[in-house]
Write a protein of this length. Sequence first.
Length: 544
Amino acid sequence: MADSPSVGAATLRELRGQRRRNRLRDLDWFEAAYRAYLTGIVGLVVVLVVSSWLGDSRPSPAGFADLLEHGPAAIGLLAAAAVALGLRSGSRGGPLAVEPAEVRYTLLAPISRRTALIGPALRQIRFTAFLGAVVGAIGGVLAWRRLGDNGFAWAASGAATGASIAVLVIGCALVASGLRMRPWLATLLGAAILGWAVADVAGYVACPTTTFGSLFLWPLRIHWIDLAGPIGALLITAFGLSRLGSVSLEAAERRTGLVGQLRFAVTVQDLRTVIILRRQLAQDRPRNRPWFNLPGRSRFVVWRRGWHGLLRFPIVRVGRLLLLAAGAAVALSAAYHGTTPLVLVGAICSYLAGLDIIEPLSQEIDQPDHTDSIPMERGDLLWRHAAAPAVVAALLGLVGAAVAVAINRTTESIELAAVVFLPVAWCGTAGAVLSTVMGAPEPFKDGQLLPPEVAGMKLAFRTAWPLIVALIGTLPIVTARRAFTNGNSPIPAAAQAGVAALLVAAFTVAWLRFREPARAWWKQYMEEGQQAARDRQAARRGTS
């Protein structure tokens, strides 16, 4: 009986080895290699072409000095956000999501829980580190296009930074999970570390996460103390691995079920289901009652109902919206000062915030039977639901504008923020509306009567169009930057692009209002055309 644990561990290794051999035997190596080759080549070409097309100018000596002084703390803010994310994930059963059979049989087998989980944990660390290295290398290539010097050195430093931050996320999650940290405590610690990093950016007190940002800038200068960041991430991860035996079985079972559904929803591109499952995974539940009730009674029922839905947001979701607004402001401010690729980060932040604030509209779409029972045209009801989110988006835009003004502290920044905040906020929300209302793509319907190549392009465009709309909202920043570079006033150029972006948002609202009548008219038109064709064919047969 003394050697039964070792026998169980050996049996587990043999079963997993046989399963891995079966999976590799069924793998088409040529197809896998072709996909990897195609993905790598396309990704490399896109990064190089886009970075060359943007054509950002090399900073001045003062700009280099400012980068060396404030850049490490700004990049270290990402590491602080990674710590907060890892702690929250671990307090809710993350980061591991093994299969249901592993939870029900392997973790209940007479072997050490750490022995059962060490393999999946190491695989997740390896994959996450690889993904972080790829993203960091892309960031290094973009930095090289702007800052010059050795491109390989920038890619290597970016990859090292990205991998270190990725390992830090997993390590913090493993520690929080192994210690069975309470969600409120994990949120409090994460917020404290994030606030510490923000204070470092403001220049008040140094934060250890700055070492990650300083490591990214090694092609400009080398500080050996920066290795403390990656070493610390490895030590935290090692401690988390040592606590694998204390992982909660109930949390693992709950997480594995939700993650399985989440992966399937991602596969079929069902964005709304992904959002709902992610909230369940993060235990992001709405409040039972609104923060406050609107006074009196209003004949604008949809408006009142939308506000009551928004006022039930939990404090965590409100904090996330404020962080996204601040993140968009920081990214767009950096884009205006020369790092143009960050307009994509600003667009993504506004788009993600939009997915949260259109919750009243999303819930109406989730319940089509309830919507059809209301004596009101569907399009009329849906576009009324866009009013309250539009106001919230404008308020978040004002928060972002305040952050941008606080960063730059110039009269020009106030004028530019006043011109830009509405296009960025409303186009991001418009993109979220498009994603939610269109729902998951239906290949057989969307690609009907089209060649496979054209159908694939249509589905790809359908998926990318909401992000394109959100990106249109950042055009005022791009045009203002180019006008400033050419020696012209940036405000008129930004205003013109802002009007065009607001028109796109207005067209989205019009599409939401008249989408159903237009589809009904098109369906009737096609049926009438088919009936007319059948009548003509019958008439020809009668005359013959």
